[in-house]
Design a protein around this ligand. Sequence first.
Ligand code: GLC
Length: 743
Amino acid sequence: MATKLTRRSFAKLTGSVPLTASATQVAAQTSSSKPADPSPDERARETEQKMTDDERFSLLISLMGAVAAVGVPRDKRIPEGVSMSAGYTPGVPRLGIPALQSSDASMGVTNPGYRPNDKGATAFPASIAVGASFNPQLAHEGGAAIGREARMRGFNIMLAGGINLTRDPRNGRNYEYYSEDPWVSAVFGAEAVNGIQSEGVISTLKHYVLNCNETNRHWLDAIIDPAALRESDLLAFQIAIERSQPGAIMSGYNKVNGTYASGNSHLLNDVLKGAWGYKGYAMSDWGAVPAWDYALSGLDQESGIQLDVMQWGAEAFTDRLRAAYARGKFPKERLSDMVRRILRSAYAIGIDRWGPAPTLDMAKHNEIALEISRQGIVLLKNDGVLPVATGGKLKIAVIGGHAQEGIICGTGSGAVLPVGGFAGVVKIGGPGIMGGGRNMFLIAPSPLAELTKLLPDAKFEFDPGYTPAEAALLARRSDLVIAFGIRVEGEGFDNADLSLPWGQDAVIDAVANTNPNTVVVLETGNPASMPWRGKVRAIVQAWYPGQAGSQAIAEVLTGTVNPSGRLPITFPLDLAQTPRPGLPGLGTPWGTPITIRYDEGAEVGYRWYAQKNQKPMYAFGHGLSYASFSYRELEVQGGETVTAAFIVTNTGARAGTDVPQVYLTAVNGDERLRLLGFGRIALQPNESKRVSVEADPRLLARFDGGAGRWRIAAGRYRVAVGRSAQDLALSADVQLSARLFGV
Ligand code: GLC
């Protein structure tokens, strides 16, 4: 079963000192009577020494299962009877090494066509919704459930743990990531991995690193200042690795500062394995290995090797690597190191010693999905029209978003086929390898059905939002309008702008002009431009809310659930506010080399808007409640790091949950905005509780590239508590001494 976070560890999780490697290593429980069990490293060394070279090379690749959507036929090297999935690596039965079978991913066990007879898996909410819950325990529980559903299918690797920072609000894969903030990304990615691995299934963290746009991703060169990278995307990976010890890290498709991530020796050898001492293995993304010598740059396994043939014309770690080995260009020690890393992760997570398959409680998994959706929904705007009073005989118009059929999910390798299949699939298409799978997937039940359950006395009518004029006719004769805005986003694509597709903005504008009692519910993976924002009375960000999302949406709209979600990504007023109003390469033919300069460096998201004195549409950390909260008595202590303690009071008339955030706002008078941590606190009306947040000292520091260390400057650090990055309530100063530490 999933390890339940204790209150103390949960308190630590929401914002404080990282669990150091020593703290998380379970000391070998040894008694004087028997020798300690060999460590994973010792077992890996022992097994590897017994292997033949053929067996060693067999572990260095994975074969993608047959899937028509991507045009991959069955590879004869996958034995008959093996269940198809994202990756298959033959084991070494004589040495007790099981075959390695990997599946996607963060929202559940996917099946884009691998297994015609698979009845479907739990379709969990998008990772961005998990991040919006600001409840790491939910990431853990969701991960554990996914781990059980993977294990039940015999899959011992989950390609989950997407923690790229949501740097660009157009990035089609942001729904698969947690936040623009490195701390939130790390804490949630780590808990998802911990949940999965608690079930004896290896998880990845991905996509290492700076895979923050999808446009021409295989030919994208991501340029960034190396120290800034350490303070942002790499910091997310560093902290997440410390907190979860993922069995594998997956490198991304893109180049970083001119060198492909999968063959980037600085990132893989110097940073990941050198400075951080990572002991697991680095696998590539699927079709990301153009050359055998990536093995010399730190890559340990070539994934989905058929896609390298499609992308680069040849497999890398089969014949070509064998030939280099025969020529003495690929040393035996490196071959043994690659194998040992893979074996070590297998032993550390225990995929070689599975007991009986776990019993699956799919109703329980649905409850977890429901709770994530409930806590991830963000109430962006509400002038009091919400919650809709139950028991009333209102005439309610539900408009657009296929809300009579279901909710939507993201596309690409993360899309999960739910139990019973999709309620509808509408092809969208597009260029590149992912165009074939770019569809609008609808998951039942529908928001309309769930609203009808909770408002049985209301009179509902549905309009598809096919035209503004038609929708306005229904709006005109309704007491309340609930308009849905949806945008299908996913792998392989960046949105060209922040508008809603299919003319939805015009429809919402028309109904709001006709009936001011309009509430909008958004199902998107990213911010939307919302040109009608001033005309509607409430806006609910539901993200891709998973298979129980319709119920959660209805519960929030009717007040059965008091919304507690907060934005893990800033909603800008428009793209002009962002670091790159024009996205380089957007719209160029698939295959065009492009360069994106991430000149904002570590000033990602809320940090950027603060630095540029921009006021976004809705700030990072923003989210309304049907209650209200106040903060008082902030105490800040210094030392090796900063600890902030304060009291939260529910000043509202109903129970609710607040997510107070603690920020660094200035150092020696110079503005520098960094989230240091957050709390998540449930309070009854008039109830108060004390919250304490201890910052990871790296969030207070700058990375000194010359020294390869973190540097805290001496001086005055201003710390604030607030409801969002732009709504700070209390602040206090603390003195810190100069310090050089860590790596
Ligand atoms: C994809 C994705 C990666 C996924 C892998 C296997 O293209 O980039 O996230 O895990 O291939 O499907």
